[in-house]
Write a protein that binds this ligand. Structure first.
Ligand SMILES: [Zn+2]
Length: 362
């Protein structure tokens, strides 16, 4: 602990999660300037040594800053009516067919100015910061033209200047087919690959490129064209895949070394095993996301994820262990899919109010 008693702040009676584990009992966290100077059990605190006190009320948690790696924070309009329909059981595909879904947000986003989008996004960002988010990824995807996708990304960049949070931006030009390209999805992919990605890369507006690989969006082959264009411009890739059906987008993302594949609710056993054992990604948290509930299986998921990270980091690479890894993956998948009642895993897309709100515009 530091000996200097000047400008020292203390947060008392906190539950402290250090990034790996939750410390037992209540603790105090001491901060000097911008740095954490120490963590003390409450019994060892000498109040006279500190000149700024904050009591966490025997229930507050102090944790490393949270990273929200998938948001659609910038958009125009709102889709409250669709939210109600979804709660009543109307499928996302049905809403999309009725003219709702992404395209209704596209219209509102195109009509909004950069400043209007910024002003509407700030309260959403503030809510996330209040929840402890320190880094946030923000996707475009409601402009669906070079001009409006760039507008969205500029707004995302500006949000990082207006608030004390690190913003990472993702171009999601291949999110939906814009009305002017109806019945010409290949033509729109041409636009994304030949004009949108080069323009965004030239201005440094995106840190990654995302796609929506789905029946109501783009095929695996079309998404792979986007991956190749992104890689040609030095941008890493991500996917929305296996969200509504099992098309093979996740496996494709794995082959292209994607940063992540998000959603993956419909990934089948073959894809699961293959992807888990081949992928060379940095953020495999999506596995945990896919398994929405179930104490035991959630723990197994984390165990598998840790093993996978060890493997990726070349902590063990022998062929026999790879086989063991594949076998564990298959057993895990069999348990989840064949005995859902025993494992406590609901292997159907389930609406989580929190994630639904965050994923409001998909
Ligand atoms: Zn999304």
């Amino acid at each position: 602990m530091p000996s200097n008693v000047q400008t020292r702040r203390i947060w008392r009676n906190a539950v402290v999660f250090d990034g790996l584990r939750t410390l037992e009992g209540l603790h105090a966290v001491v901060v000097e300037g911008e740095k954490i100077a120490g963590v003390l059990p409450m019994g060892e605190v000498d109040d006279s040594r500190y000149n700024h006190h904050q009591d966490m009320g025997s229930g507050g948690v102090i944790t490393p800053g949270l990273v929200d790696c998938h948001t659609h924070l910038v958009f125009g309009g709102n889709r409250a009516e669709e939210f109600e329909a979804r709660l009543e059981g109307v499928s996302y595909e049905e809403i999309s067919r009725r003219g709702g879904g992404i395209l209704s947000t596209v219209n509102a986003t195109r009509q909004a100015s950069e400043d209007e989008l910024l002003q509407s996004a700030l309260p959403r960002l503030d809510a996330m910061i209040a929840d402890g988010v320190c880094t946030v990824e923000i996707k475009s995807g409601y402009g669906l033209s070079v001009e409006h996708e760039m507008k969205m990304l500029r707004v995302a960049r500006r949000l990082g200047e207006f608030r004390p949070v690190r913003v990472v931006t993702t171009l999601l030009g291949a999110h939906a087919l814009p009305p002017e390209f109806s019945n010409n999805s290949d033509g729109y992919i041409d636009l994304v690959c030949r004009e949108m990605i080069p323009a965004v890369a030239r201005e440094g507006l995106a840190d990654a490129v995302d796609v929506f690989c789905e029946k109501i969006a783009f095929s695996v082959a079309q998404c792979e064209r986007v991956f190749e264009a992104a890689k040609a411009h030095g941008l890493p890739i991500k996917t929305h895949s296996e969200q509504l059906s099992n098309l093979g987008g996740t496996a494709s993302a794995a082959r292209f070394g994607a940063l992540s594949a998000d959603h993956v609710e419909y990934l089948d056993a073959a894809g699961f095993s293959a992807d888990l054992c081949r992928w060379n990604i940095e953020t495999p948290a999506q596995l945990a996301y896919a398994v929405q509930s179930g104490r035991l299986m959630t723990r197994v998921t984390f165990a598998v994820t840790v093993m996978r990270l060890k493997w990726r980091n070349k902590l063990w690479l022998s062929a026999s262990r790879r086989c063991l890894m594949a076998a564990i993956c298959r057993l895990y998948w069999a348990a989840v899919t064949k005995w859902p009642s025993r494992t406590g895993v609901a292997w159907q897309p389930t609406w989580h109010l929190e994630s639904l709100a965050r994923e409001w515009a998909l």
